[in-house]
Design a protein around this ligand. Structure first.
Ligand code: XMP
Length: 316
């Protein structure tokens, strides 16, 4: 009979058989799929798994720290942490076009990963968090995006590995159940979707450090307040964006000219269409008050009322 406990045991055996005494390399972004595949590989082959976490400087607040804490400090995985923040922000300087930004982030991600792979000896396998919908929905935008940013598929000829994809028969809810079975923390397993290019597509237009900081801090406040209000379990995706223009305001009796934060909270089944969440006025006021008091360079907060279509979920 099929249950998650048996699935984990069967896959552990299959992975051991496939890998033998050789090594597996895994790009561990900290997303649900890569985290679960990391935990499963760790259970099967322990220190023969080499995880690489690339921090592109566009992660949410404390996200990379949490990947290191869980996988390195708690689970004692063989984890290489690469802080590539300066490199990514350098390449992105003055680049305003959304597609160009995505291309730079995706391309640079592969190059950083490839450089790390070259430093390592005797790697034969590449672990991947491919799940069933990635295979069947490969024609949709979302799946393609996921592919271009997470399926390190663009590696050069001399870096071709055999793939280990133990989750490829599972749907998302089964992947989460597998993560829980493997003992991963619920905050990691029930994480809301987060785009590969991260906060890079939420810091609209050409990325600047002050606005990137405003996106990161306001996003952290939004998530904290949604959690307190129990909305984190109810709403499919919620985040903030910061546009690249300023508006006039008043702070300490003086005119100021600063950025705005836009809040977005949506529900969807398949991300192809989406409706907005009717967030309680009190919750919105609380979030607005905190952002205006705690986030630098911001004097205005707006709530995005647009469904998809015609708007997409993200802004870029
Ligand atoms: P849109 O903005 O197209 O987003 O309505 C649909 C869903 O896809 C997510 N998204 C991405 N996920 N890499 C990802 O892994 C990406 O590049 C990417 N772009 C958008 C988005 O957050 C939403 O859930």
């Amino acid at each position: 009979n099929w249950n998650m406990k048996n699935f984990v045991e069967d896959q552990t055996e299959l992975i051991k058989r496939q890998v033998g005494d050789r090594k597996v390399l895994l790009a561990l972004s900290g997303g649900v799929d890569s985290s679960v595949v990391a935990a499963l590989l760790l259970k099967a082959i322990g220190q023969q798994l080499v995880c690489v976490h690339v921090n592109h400087g566009l992660m949410r607040k404390n996200e990379s720290e949490s990947v290191v804490e869980v996988f390195k400090n708690q689970l004692h995985a063989n984890l290489i942490y690469v802080d590539a923040t300066e490199r990514f922000l350098g390449k992105l300087e003055n680049v305003a076009d959304p597609e160009e930004k995505r291309k730079i982030i995706g391309g640079e991600f592969i190059r950083v990963f490839e450089e790390e792979a070259r430093k390592l000896d005797g790697i034969d396998f590449l672990g991947q968090g491919t799940i069933y919908p990635d295979i069947i929905e490969s024609g949709t935008k979302t799946a393609k995006m996921v592919k271009s940013h997470h399926n390190v598929g663009g590696l050069p000829e001399d870096l071709q590995f055999e793939l280990v994809e133990p989750l490829k028969q599972l749907f998302k809810d089964e992947v989460r159940a597998c993560g829980i079975e493997l003992g991963l923390p619920p905050h990691m397993v029930y994480r809301q979707p987060f785009p590969g290019p991260g906060l890079g597509v939420r810091c609209l237009g050409a990325i600047t450090r002050d606005r990137l900081e405003a996106v990161r801090e306001s996003d952290a406040i939004l998530r904290e307040e949604f959690e307190k209000a129990g909305l984190d379990k109810k709403v499919w995706q919620y985040f903030t964006v910061v546009p690249d223009f300023k508006s006039v305001g008043m702070k300490n009796h003086e005119r100021c000219f600063e950025y705005m934060v836009i809040l977005r909270a949506i529900n969807t089944v398949d991300a192809m269409t989406a409706t907005i969440e009717k967030v309680d006025w009190e919750v919105l006021e609380k979030i607005t008050g905190r952002i205006l008091a705690e986030v630098e360079n911001v004097n205005r907060v707006c709530y995005d009322m647009s469904p998809k279509p015609p708007a997409t979920i993200e802004f870029e």
